[in-house]
Write a protein of this length. Structure first.
Lengths: 387, 350, 387, 350
């Protein structure tokens, strides 16, 4: 039990801090869309040039080959200084990339990994389907093998950033006769592939980052299959453990910024009765409880990393982090609206970012596994309860 | 003693629900441009023709002559259909104007009463942004959040002291605000000693508590509509080869939502009767009702998003409209905190 | 929608109020045991002599033959003046009695009903079994028919007041080959019947009101069967609807006394920081919320009675009342302990009744159907969700 | 950086758990008469022989020379086994006595340190009934709740200013109290300027925060023990033909309990390290830890009763003991409200 960084780690932290101080862009990220894409790629290019892209990715693919602790140090400094979020880069850096590292062949690694780190491409995901949200194994999008290609027909939903992505990690059913967890294949698809139709979905916070994607006889070369034909369930499970392991670390660290900002809000906003919000004991206790739980979220993250470091693979505890954080975030934003009183209905400066954050928070307990599915996973995989 | 609606009352409810489902299907709201009102001037006159605006107003003033109970029952249906809060303002505004017609500029207020009741006058809701700074009387000051100012004629503002109608033309500079509820327009304004067109003190007609009660009715509509949608969806939508409503997580969410509806509906009936008959506990019961309504409507609407999964988070379904409207209504006629304080300050009710 | 009492009802209320004022005993009920039994029976005798026993029971069996509203008026006045609780009388008055009225034959009614109202006997229940708590239909206690008797072997658990009861309403399996909901019989058993062993269970609040009861070849005449052989499931379901309908009305009304007492406590107790508890906004909002929810509990009760009056039978909404009230009661007592601070650990005068009430509150969400079972019932029977 | 216990630390944990399961099975506690202590004088000396009382005390003072982290790990196990809080008082008492031995009545305090470390001295916990009225220093005043006074030699009392040992013989009139926890005796007393046997100010050795942290460790033991029992029971107990753990209601209760354990364990490790190394955020982290611990241990213990059904409500199972002990520990070394206030008052931690 220690939280000491080695002299090398301390030195590393200084270098990160200095570099970020000099390089984090002053301007805000433009709203989503083509400008958002350009901004994200430019920032990734800056990171790459500075030698900070893919902290824990292998060096031969453009990464830095550093360990989880260095990644942690980097992310903590990164989050602290308010550097740009992952946004469109999220999928490539945290899901598709790590999956190709873990399950891809040499050619795939050489082809797909460097462009991610160099800020040349955006990736998206094609897992969920209209009929199968939480129940991934029941996916129906069909892929028929023909020669050295597969021909894909069906549809996917909840694909973030599809309109602005170059590549897609896609799950398709290649063997309809196999049991439902088998016969699924994980394959790389070009987003400008003929036969695709991409339709944005407006979410309740007003964003259009989510999409439905339709596939009509879309041809994908078999060499794009990662981890082998009909082995996609295993590949995607490996990925979900990244998603529930370290991929959300930045947003866990970010959550601390959010509660601190809310505490500041409570110190400056007055309630209906004229008092500052923080003078209301009910609000104060809620703020304190959230601050405490978010502090423990940091400790859980560090404990999780320590565990991963010893066990070499993220354990099911990542599900606890995901669930805990998403529920905390909902409580933070709901409390913010309570503090704002009648102003809570304003989506502009009047109420700051909070009402939009409140609306956006609903996504957190749905995307990447609903809270109910996460509780099932925790019950079954962490605690061994019967299905 | 019978807390259920009478046959006549139930007929009002059934007719209203039938009309609203036919004329204002919520699907239409999904097609509106942001800030575009679901209720045009024309709609408002048709609603007025049904007698809804004057439903609880005495016949002597041109009303239909029913009471607060019928008003409350009607507003549950308006809440369920997500009709905008300006209708509530019309109902209360008619009372202010009618009372105003008995004094001061009597003729003018008599005329206004008529235009409100006939749906030819639209009234926007003005909510004090902090109650300490707002002063509402024959002269009005303070900072307000205004809903549906677009083509409105008056703004209605109300606090525990009374309720005022202010001509919208008297408000110099409205600052438009992007409203969380895409079916409502919003703006802020600062009033610096503006003369009200009419004001009615609580002692004369208690519009604050009446407004809070009807607002609670609107919120009950939200709580019930989101429960109903959730139950329907849970029966239909399958995951893992079963309707999701067979999973305890979903089933128990629905059960808790149902209890909130039952609790709030019972309380709404109870408070309506008590306030209508001027019972000692009337105000206590209204505080209770509004505090529960704010809490329960939010819980139900928010839970409904979770039950509907990803689809609930989109604007392709209507669930998000309930979530947003609940936030707007939470602030009208006193927030949850205020009503909780008020109810705790009262002596033990009998 | 009206809450007006008719002149007759108002006059009735006056009579109730006057009589209670003159007759409610000044002394507290002694603790459970033989003295408790004697007190309860004596008070029931007083009620009977006064003409207040069995308000809505038929006159021919000693009841008053009045309607639900008169019963309600009686209970409201009763609760308001702090008259003794049902205690040992609960089962006979609220469960066994109404069941015999609903399903018993003429002889059974004439034999068993009057002694309940006259304060001569105490009843208890024998439904749950060690292996089947919530899952009543899986009960295993066997009854073999032999001539005009059944011979019962097995065990029951959670039988309240068994040591001090004269009669028991017992559910036994009379047809082991029938589907689980069939083959069950509801029968009346004497508690001094040979072959019975009654063992008290100490509950977490220190009480010994609960029991396990063992049956070894216990003989019960078949004429004690209520509602017909193998028809016990239906009989007991009718009973559960009483239990979830009107039986808890007194305790619902009582809950109001409890929250008012807690508000008083908060006005006189000081917190660690020296303020009165009610000056803490967090405590104040919780008290106000509970007061509001309990007010709505009263309204729900009245709405339920109005519905029963129109529909002639308690609906499944009674389950909502049961669940809502038991969860509210837990929150009240937990808040009381929070208000008490370090004194909360004292079971005597120092902290008043609250710590013991807190411990006892755990029973409310377990007995008479756990909260989870109640949520299932509400979901399935009130909302029509699939099983 | 590695937040997990080292191999050596894990050995301490394993050995402690093994010893406790063998020597103090909780089944024994169910057989005790009310107020009878599970830890006799003899038990205490055996525990002392294991080095537990001096585990975190510097060797120079006769301790084992481990640190706060090892102490915290040990106390999780003591919490799981529901050993009484007097052991916590012994651990802190030894520090007071040892520090006292460097000044004032040095010889006497040196002797006391020895008797505490060898388990020949028992120390009762005295909790200020309201912190405003208690004054703790070389002279002690105020009203206190006292646990395990029975055969104790000293009472330990502590607040943010420091910690004192008071000879039990100096307390004139104890008023016995029936304790909610049947394995603990309790009493109240009013101290009117009683001279302490020893007092140590927070500036010299911060026993308030150390005590709060170790108390949080005891509470984590409760949270984990009740989770474990619930999971075991949910796998075993069948209803409707299935283990109850396969029902989502129960499964999700267990999942939430598991998150609380993970959150609290991580926070305990983190706070132990931070407080031990005198980090700026150390006290913030302890406030956080104790506030979470009080909340989570109660939630887990209370939920465990519900999961165990009727049996959980009886004294035939041990669940009720955890519920009750959590109430006692909630008040030791500052309650939840106090720690929440304190952590909110601190600047943003790094």
């Amino acid at each position: 039990m220690n939280l000491d960084f080695s002299p090398e780690q301390v030195e590393f932290r200084e270098r990160v801090r200095d570099w970020l101080h000099d390089n984090v862009p002053a301007e805000k990220r433009p709203p989503d869309g083509a400008e958002g894409r350009a901004f994200d790629l430019a920032w990734q290019q800056t990171l790459y040039r500075g030698g900070w892209a893919g902290i824990n990715w292998p060096k031969e693919y453009g990464g830095q080959g550093l360990d989880t602790f260095q990644q942690l140090i980097f992310l903590m400094e990164y989050s602290r200084c308010g550097a740009p979020g992952d946004h469109y880069r999220f999928n490539g850096l945290n899901l598709a990339g790590p999956t190709i590292i873990a399950c891809g062949d040499e050619a795939q690694k050489a082809t797909y990994l460097p462009p991610i780190l160099k800020g040349e491409v955006i990736w998206c995901q094609g897992f969920s389907e209209p009929g199968a949200g939480s129940d991934l194994a029941s996916l129906k999008t069909r892929a028929v093998i023909e020669g050295d290609e597969m021909i894909v027909t069906g549809s996917k939903i909840w694909t973030s950033w599809a309109r602005f992505a170059d590549w897609q990690q896609l799950l398709v059913r290649t063997d309809p006769d196999a049991p439902r967890h088998q016969g699924i294949t994980w394959v790389i698809n070009r987003m400008d592939n003929p036969g695709m139709d991409i339709r944005p979905i407006r979410d309740m916070a007003g964003g259009t980052d989510l999409h439905e994607v339709f596939y009509d006889q879309v041809r994908i070369p078999l060499q794009n299959v990662v981890g082998g034909l009909n082995n996609g369930w295993k590949v995607s499970m490996a990925q979900l453990s990244f998603e529930r392991g370290t991929a959300f670390m930045p947003s866990q660290i970010e959550t601390q910024n959010t509660i601190e900002a809310l505490i500041e809000l409570a110190k400056t906003r007055r309630l209906e009765d004229g008092r500052y919000a923080i003078e209301d004991d009910h609000i104060a206790y809620q703020l304190a409880t959230l601050r405490a739980e978010i502090r423990s979220l940091l400790a859980m993250t560090l404990l999780g990393i320590s565990r991963n470091e010893r066990l070499a693979m993220p354990g099911p505890e990542g599900s606890m982090l995901k669930l805990f954080q998403s529920e905390l975030y909902k409580r933070i934003t709901a409390l913010a609206l309570d503090i704002l009183g009648p102003d809570r209905t304003a989506l502009d400066e009047l109420a700051g970012r909070w009402p939009r954050a409140f609306l956006g928070s609903f996504a957190n307990t749905l995307g990447g596994g609903t809270s109910e599915v996460m509780r099932n996973i925790i019950g079954e995989r962490c605690l061994g309860l019967p299905r | 003693m019978d807390l259920l609606p009478s046959q006549e009352q139930q007929q009002i409810v059934d007719a209203a629900r039938h009309f609203l489902e036919g004329e204002f299907p919520l699907a239409d709201a999904l097609q509106l441009a942001e800030g575009e009102s679901r209720i045009t001037r024309e709609h408002l006159t048709r609603i007025a023709e049904l007698g809804w605006i004057g439903i609880g107003l005495e016949e002597a003033w041109g009303g239909v002559g029913y009471g607060l109970c019928e008003e409350a029952l009607l507003f549950v249906e308006l809440g369920r259909a997500l009709l905008p809060p300006s209708i509530l303002c019309s109902v209360l505004g008619a009372r202010i104007a009618a009372a105003g017609s008995t004094r001061g500029d009597a003729a003018e207020m008599g005329r206004v009463t008529g235009t409100i009741l006939s749906g030819h006058c639209k009234i926007a809701a003005a909510v004090p942004r902090t109650s300490t700074s707002a002063s509402i009387g024959d002269v009005v000051s303070g900072e307000f959040m205004l809903y549906e100012a677009g083509d409105a004629d008056f703004a209605l503002m109300c606090n525990t002291g009374g309720a005022a109608l202010v001509s919208l033309s008297a408000l110099k500079s409205l600052t438009p605000v992007s409203c969380i509820d895409p079916t409502l327009s919003a703006a802020t304004f600062a009033a610096d000693a503006i003369e009200a067109s009419a004001f009615i003190a609580t002692a004369q007609d208690d519009l604050y508590h009446r407004g809070a009660l009807l607002c609670a009715a609107l919120l009950l509509g939200i709580a019930e509509a989101t429960l109903q949608r959730s139950v329907d969806y849970a029966k239909e939508r399958e995951q893992y080869g079963k309707p999701i409503g067979s999973f305890q997580a979903i089933k128990h969410y629905c059960a808790d939502m149902a209890i909130r509806c039952e609790s709030l509906r019972a309380m709404l009936y109870y408070a309506s009767v008590k306030l209508a008959q001027g019972d000692d506990s009337g105000r206590f019961d209204v505080h209770t009702c509004k505090a529960l309504a704010v809490n329960y409507a939010q819980l139900n609407a928010n839970t409904a998003v979770q039950i509907h999964g990803g689809m609930g988070y989109t604007q392709e379904m209507d669930i998000h409209l309930f979530v947003k409207r609940a936030q707007v209504l939470a602030g009208l006629f006193g927030g949850e905190r205020q009503h909780l304080r008020d109810l705790l300050a009262q002596p033990r009710p009998d």
